[in-house]
Design a protein around this ligand. Structure first.
Ligand SMILES: NC(=O)c1ccc[n+]([C@@H]2O[C@H](COP(=O)([O-])OP(=O)(O)OC[C@H]3O[C@@H](n4cnc5c(N)ncnc54)[C@H](O)[C@@H]3O)[C@@H](O)[C@H]2O)c1
Length: 321
């Protein structure tokens, strides 16, 4: 059956669907005729404006609720075929400032969702894992089986998710896929607040013609991943025939340092503006680059949109939003 036919035949629950990645996934599923798309979100970091465009669609449903409440998770799973679990508190610095709240949402909330999915007999769940799980391992490119020690409470929570998913697959016969996202960016990613990610901050700086601040020398590198690639990984993961628990990288396999990133954005915005440099951030990994061999062989993932094209699309979004 084609992916489009599969989407039409199924009802989806997207936790964290009012957030950046979740709302992009919701949009894709609705556009492709999903039978039903339900969002469970407590709007901790997500926004109603991210899902405003779907509100009039009869196949869309918004459930305001908290994954750290098991009853909310159970209610959200009623009548659902497939689950994409995106809800979590992101950001390494947030987890360093408030490890307890990050732990409650990202670990207890994750466990609640596993129990709710298990009890509802749902066919498959994919979830947002993270490249932060590679921790202090200096090995590049990152292969799923070689991880180091975590560098932040956030990384501990994301690795713990993988361990729980593994034992739920083992003990309850569930099929679960963890998507280790590498620095996802694109439309609807929040450019505001203390925990904003680097690309939206640089985009707003370019648009407002204000020099951005780069933490440290700017030589730290990332495998920046346009959000539609993450959407593709979710859809392919949900319809793959893999059994048990698998974890795959979701990235572009392109390494870009922060100085280069600002250069690319200046080029797109047609500006010339030197960046300021501030102190390096604690808890951050120095370099990141994914190996995509397993993602390809396990779920058929390969990135459609590379960094420069993704930056152009994101810039167009921030110019008008
Ligand atoms: N953006 C990235 O680069 C990246 C990288 C690695 C992993 N991830 C993971 O991907 C997922 C989505 O991230 P995002 O960038 O879209 O972040 P986001 O903050 O935009 O989205 C997260 C969503 O989860 C919701 N949420 C938070 N706590 C909740 C709770 N207790 N109950 C219900 N909903 C809750 C938020 O309101 C928000 O809508 C997260 O699990 C994040 O850890 C993101």
């Amino acid at each position: 059956m084609s992916v489009e036919q599969n989407i039409k035949n199924n009802s989806f629950l997207i936790t964290g669907g009012a957030g950046f990645i979740g709302s992009n996934l919701v949009g894709y599923l609705l556009e492709n005729g999903a039978k039903k798309v339900r969002v469970l979100d407590n709007l901790a970091t997500g926004k109603l404006e991210n899902i405003q465009e779907f509100k009039s669609n009869p196949r869309f449903e918004f459930l305001q609720g908290d994954i750290s409440n098991l009853e909310d998770c159970k209610k959200a799973c009623i009548g659902i075929d497939l689950v994409s679990h995106q809800a979590a508190l992101g950001s390494v610095p947030r987890s360093i400032n408030d490890p307890i709240t990050t732990n409650v949402v990202n670990i207890s909330g994750f466990l609640n969702m596993l129990v709710a999915v298990r009890d509802a007999g749902i066919k498959k769940m994919v979830y947002a894992a993270s490249s932060s799980t590679y921790g202090d391992s200096p090995v590049l490119p990152k292969k799923e089986e070689n991880i180091g020690m975590p560098l932040s409470p956030y990384a501990v929570t994301k690795y713990t998710n993988e361990l729980y998913a593994h034992v739920f697959a083992l003990n309850y016969g569930m099929d679960i896929i963890g998507l280790r996202y590498f620095n996802v960016f694109g439309p609807k990613q929040d450019p505001f607040g203390a925990y904003a990610a680097v690309i939206p901050l640089f985009m707003k700086a370019a648009i407002n013609h204000v020099a951005p601040t780069i933490n440290g020398k700017g030589l730290q590198s990332r495998d920046f991943t346009y959000v539609q690639n993450a959407v593709q990984a979710n859809v392919k993961g949900l319809f793959s025939d893999c059994q048990g628990h698998e974890v795959v990288n979701v990235a572009c396999a392109e390494q870009t340092d922060l100085n280069q990133l600002w250069d690319y954005i200046q080029e797109i915005a047609k500006i010339e503006l030197a960046a300021n440099h501030g102190p390096a951030r604690v808890g951050d990994v120095e370099h990141s680059l994914a190996d995509l061999t397993k993602a390809k062989s396990t779920i058929g993932y390969s990135p459609d949109i590379k960094i420069k094209e993704g930056l152009k699309l994101a810039y167009e979004f921030y110019k008008t939003n």
